[in-house]
Design a protein around this ligand. Structure first.
Ligand code: FUB
Ligand code: ZN
Length: 621
């Protein structure tokens, strides 16, 4: 009798406990890009440019034109001399290594493979016996390490870990992974409960430790990540950020405990990396308070602090956020890394809930904010992405602070990972429309999924679903938030009155080889108004077609018309094939009361003759 009572109490306690703390885990996982072969012109040409130009630029810059690789050679004791460059330049090398590793997955290249081996050998030699590795402190005095939380030691370590995981996955070699694990072990021995306090001034390590945990199975890396998140907001921060009266703890999201975050503040890239790390840790440990905080702050970012391009962070002075609705166009900062951060974060948010509102934002940032960050040829980059220019803002081959080019180099080859996800209950989610051929495991069945599409130039998507054997499962197709009308057929039969639930339509059936889905997303030219609280866009409209935001470049407009071009309710639009450098793209021709003008996708600006540019155009009622 006593035992029954005890058991009943135990069961009750478990129920009460689990009611208070519902476990919040990712209920889906992304299908990684190594299972997705991109075949379309839009992303295919970008990947081609990445493999040939972006990587070559990053290698030339880190190895030959700047001292980044030399810093490792010096720290390894193989060359005389002091540290060159900025204190976090190691991170650019790691990001380039991550990009090269991703590229090796779909484009094997023995020379690049050997180059990585060479760089890894320098790193192995530069690593301290205790596991520490940071060329700035090795060359400036190891006694000064861990004295200023702004100095990006953990930021660099995080990028090393991400690169090492990518290298291990791509090549199967453990050389780099061993270095990263040794460094992570050192961090676990140095920081944590009862050890040294630390608030990384620039987040990144948190999400990286989770990746390292997945790759190695070492729970302590996940625990350190959680501990680092929990260090924030309790006054442990010390160093240049905290001493700077214009910045203070809010600059690096150290003003409140992470579970209490509701408002977006501070540096944009740091915030995005923090939120991505929080999502990953919450998903592993089941932390509803993290997920609730992320949902609150997501609303603040997206509804009050985001540009139409999906760019974030309007101010140069803190590389980040100011007041709600303060979104100036010419002065917009919108760092390329921050848009990449939006993709990282929003992709993760969708894994908790499979709500397509996160993919809508992810797509907006990806096709506009991120893609603008790199030239069509892949060899020039924007760091700052304004929505208006007087003609003096241009891409550069490299920057003194080169976080954006190196981030682009690792982002582009990973794009395939954002197309599909599989939920725990074995539903396939089609999040992005990208011409591609994929092999996806749904339950025990391998399914070949082929997409043929010219997206984002048109909204016609033909999909073939080829399971190795007949199999029952649901395919969820995202109906983008921008799309107001669509048609859907399965094996040529129209589906009428389909429900859209959390942004997806669901087709559940017994799929067999050769089954076809035909989706047509209506993609008219749309005039978009900003929230009236955004004073910078008062009396203006932007043009969007599908996921692409368009802009006007001076070079395309009739002479002396720049200041006179206006939109009104009767403006007529025509979609037309672009030529020359923009061949393959669609431009939009407009006409308002006899005045002609022409617009190109925002991401493609500053690829031709230099001149003025604007996204928001005067509108008369
Ligand atoms: O501090 C490292 C990176 O450099 C940041 O993410 C960027 O904003 C730039 O400051
Ligand atoms: Zn950057």
């Amino acid at each position: 009798m006593k035992t029954i009572l005890k058991n009943a109490i135990l069961v009750l306690m478990v129920i009460i406990f689990s009611c208070q703390k519902p476990v919040q885990k990712y209920t889906a996982r992304q299908v990684p890009f190594n299972q997705v072969k991109i075949t379309d012109q839009f992303w295919g040409s970008r990947l081609e440019a990445h493999a040939h130009a972006t990587l070559a630029t990053c290698i030339a810059q880190t190895q030959d034109s700047t001292g980044r690789i030399n810093n490792f050679i010096k720290a390894a004791g193989l060359m005389e001399g002091g540290h060159e460059g900025i204190y976090f330049d190691d991170s650019d090398v790691y990001k380039a290594m991550e990009g090269i590793s991703y590229s090796l997955v779909n484009n094997p290249n023995p020379e690049l493979d050997a180059l990585l081996d060479k760089w890894i050998a320098y790193m192995a030699k530069a690593q301290q016996p205790d596991g520490y590795l940071n060329t700035f402190y090795t060359l400036n005095g190891l006694d000064k390490r861990w004295t200023d939380m702004e100095k990006h030691e953990m930021y660099c370590a995080g990028h090393m870990m991400e690169a090492a995981v990518a290298h291990h996955k791509a090549t199967g070699k453990t050389t780099f992974l061993n270095i990263a694990a040794k460094y992570a072990d050192y961090l676990c021995n140095t920081f944590g409960p009862g050890k040294k306090d630390w608030v990384p001034g620039h987040e990144e390590i948190e999400l990286a430790l989770v990746k390292l945990f997945h790759e190695t199975g070492q729970q302590k890396y996940l625990d350190l990540s959680y501990w680092l998140l929990e260090e924030r907001g309790y006054g442990h921060g010390r160093g240049a950020i905290w001493d700077n009266k214009d910045w203070g703890p809010g600059y690096c999201q150290d003003d409140v405990p992470v579970s209490d975050i509701s408002e977006i503040k501070g540096h944009a890239v740091r915030a995005m990396y923090l939120f991505s790390g929080m999502a990953d840790v919450a998903a592993e440990k089941g932390l509803p308070q993290y997920v609730a905080a992320l949902e609150r702050v997501w609303d603040d970012v997206v509804n009050r602090n985001m540009y139409i391009t999906g760019g974030i962070g309007s101010s140069v002075s803190n590389e980040g956020f100011t007041e709600d609705y303060d979104l100036p166009n010419k002065e917009a900062y919108c760092e390329t890394c921050a848009s990449i951060g939006m993709v990282l974060w929003n992709g993760r948010m969708n894994l908790f809930s499979q709500d397509a509102k996160y993919i809508d934002v992810m797509e907006r940032s990806m096709y506009n904010g991120v893609l603008a960050g790199v030239s069509i040829e892949g060899d020039r980059f924007f760091y700052v992405n304004p929505l208006e220019s007087d003609g003096n803002h241009h891409r550069r081959e490299w920057y003194g602070c080169a976080c954006c080019p190196s981030n682009v180099s690792r982002f582009l080859p990973s794009v395939g990972s954002y197309i599909y996800s599989i939920s725990d209950d074995k539903r396939l989610f089609v999040n992005l429309y990208v011409g591609s051929a994929s092999e996806i495991k749904i339950g025990k069945t391998t399914v070949e999924v082929i997409q043929q599409t010219d997206y984002p130039w048109d909204g016609n998507v033909d999909m073939e679903v080829n399971p190795e054997k007949e199999s029952n499962f649901a395919v969820n197709l995202r109906i983008p938030g921008w799309c107001k009308k669509f048609t859907l057929k399965v094996n040529r039969e129209s589906l009428k009155e389909v429900d859209v639930d959390k942004g997806y339509v669901t087709i559940t059936k017994k799929w067999k080889k050769g089954d076809k889905i035909t989706l047509n997303l209506d993609m008219p030219v749309e005039m978009v108004a900003a929230d009236p609280k955004v004073l910078a866009d008062k009396g203006k409209r932007a043009i969007q077609r599908g996921p692409l935001v368009y802009c006007m470049e001076e070079t395309d407009q009739p002479e002396n018309s720049w200041d006179n071009i206006q939109l009104n309710a009767n403006t007529k639009f025509k979609v037309k094939k672009a030529t020359d450098k923009l061949a393959g793209m669609l431009e939009i021709e407009g006409e308002t009361a006899g005045q002609l003008f022409s617009m190109i996708p925002y991401f493609a600006w500053d690829n031709r003759e230099a001149g003025k540019m604007k996204v928001w155009i005067n509108y008369t009622e």
